[in-house]
Write a protein that binds this ligand. Structure first.
Ligand code: 5GP
Length: 205
């Protein structure tokens, strides 16, 4: 299944670039979008809710799902496994929904192989200092993990050419505005418009 009536929006970013806040704001913006909830072997953080933020599963369950081909894509990120449910994506695609995938660069690459028309968006922090400050402010990682995340961020940025759009998240409202522009432009693509307005086109032709 490589053609979709709706669009697939892949959003990737180094950890601390503010991607999660941006996606949350996007979902509250009023645009009709479906967010894919990933499966992960990572333990939940204090505010996270199973089924809302992730489907938190054991390593055994994840491995079984993986060998049963239940993931559209999967990757190891910071020592934990993450995967996107193939079944959920198939259902959302069939329903013609616009789908948001908040996944890392490895996953983005795998999805682009299957859905070449997926729109891939990379979110950058405004500076390395801002990234480091955000990682510290989250109070979620120790100094060693923060250093690991910073070097992982440098590695992730090397994949930026695989993305269609780049948003610099200096100010959340501005970044959200940029993201909305991308999504709205995608919805105005000829193929989608001709599908949506086929009776108008039939009258006019
Ligand atoms: P976190 O554990 O901080 O929520 O996420 C760590 C990284 O894993 C982030 O870059 C996030 O986008 C990525 N991630 C979350 N879910 C998935 C997924 O289903 N597949 C892939 N490939 N990456 C994911």
């Amino acid at each position: 299944m490589t053609e979709t009536a709706g669009s697939l929006f892949i959003i990737s970013a180094p950890s601390g670039a503010g991607k999660t806040s941006l996606v949350r704001a996007l979902l509250q913006s009023g645009l009709s979008l479906s967010l894919s909830i990933s499966h992960t072997t990572r333990p939940p953080r204090s505010q996270e809710v199973n089924g809302r933020d992730y489907h938190f599963v054991s390593m055994d369950i994840f491995q079984t799902m993986l060998s049963n081909g239940e993931f559209l894509e999967s990757a190891e990120v910071y020592g934990n496994l993450y995967g996107t449910s193939q079944k959920w994506i198939n259902e959302a695609v069939l329903a013609g929904q616009d789908i948001v995938l908040e996944i890392d660069c490895q996953g983005a690459h795998q999805v682009q192989q299957i859905f070449p028309r997926a729109v891939a968006i990379f979110v950058l922090p405004p500076s390395v200092e801002a990234l480091e400050t955000r990682l510290r402010m989250r109070g979620q990682d120790n100094a060693e993990v923060i250093q690991k995340r910073l070097s992982a961020a440098r590695e992730e940025v090397t994949h930026i050419r695989e993305f269609d759009y780049v948003i610099v998240n200096n100010d959340l409202d501005e970044a959200l505005g940029d993201l909305l522009c991308i999504i709205k432009a995608e919805r105005l693509r000829r193929e989608r418009q001709l599908l949506k307005y086929r009776s108008l086109m039939a009258q006019l032709s």
